[in-house]
Design a protein around this ligand. Structure first.
Ligand code: SAM
Length: 209
């Protein structure tokens, strides 16, 4: 039975936190990690391009992917013509790499991106949510009482977790993040409420540990 979780395009490691705490071996792949493998307990930070990532052998319990959305999101649509064809092609290539890996690995998976071009070039997402709809999973729900329209493309038995919504007292996350060097990383942080809900749903359904 698998005790391995893979999270692609994951700099913060937030998605794997509950899995790691439960004893799973977790791989977080992101170009912003130090090159090569850095082990932190049972979490392996893989620094490099997802297109060169070789997953560990054996069965996988879950795969998550958070590909860059800058050249796909409707929020940047006014810049599409300025950025040109190659930016779009590169962004689609990364999503395609994630989709191929997810299909090949055979575990429940989701690929996350905002509303944007993927519905035209791939398919409609299977699910949509905002972080505030899962904030009730947190000890401090107000931490994630914000909206950010998020889409999920899913497969291999992924189940959308039960929502525990709170009122979005912080409004839209996209408008709130201050301008800073770290702005893109802050805006794209995986919501911990959603991560907890996905873990509970998929961990309980799998007799792995
Ligand atoms: C939309 S953000 C997702 C962040 C994630 N939700 C988190 O909490 O860290 C996309 C991430 O993809 C990473 N990235 C971009 N191109 C990459 C590539 N070719 N291979 C691996 N990671 C890449 C970026 O460094 C960034 O952290």
């Amino acid at each position: 039975m698998s005790q391995v979780v893979i999270s692609l395009f994951d700099h913060s490691g937030r998605f794997v936190e509950p899995w790691a705490a439960a004893g799973y071996t977790c791989y977080c792949v992101d170009v912003q990690h130090p090159a090569g493998e850095t082990w932190m307990g049972n979490v392996c930070l893989v620094g490099g391009d997802v297109r060169h990532f070789a997953p560990p052998p054996g069965p996988i319990a879950f795969v998550a992917a958070f590909p860059p959305c800058t050249d796909l999101s409707n929020a940047g649509a006014h810049l599409f013509r300025v950025k040109g064809l190659r930016a779009l092609a590169a962004a689609l290539d990364l999503v395609g790499t994630a989709a191929d890996l997810c299909e090949r690995l055979g575990a429940p998976y989701f690929i996350e991106n905002p509303k944007g071009q993927l519905r035209h070039y791939w398919r409609e997402p299977e699910h949509r949510f905002s972080p505030c709809e899962y904030a009730g999973w947190l000890a401090n729900p107000t931490d994630e009482a914000y909206t950010k329209h998020t889409c999920l493309w899913t497969g291999h038995g992924f189940q959308m977790p039960e929502k525990r919504p709170v009122f979005p007292i912080h409004g839209s996350m996209v408008d709130k993040v201050p301008g800073s060097k770290n702005r893109a990383n802050i805006r794209s942080l995986t919501p911990r409420g959603f991560a907890a809900a996905v873990f509970t749903t998929h961990h309980q359904t799998s007799p792995t540990l």
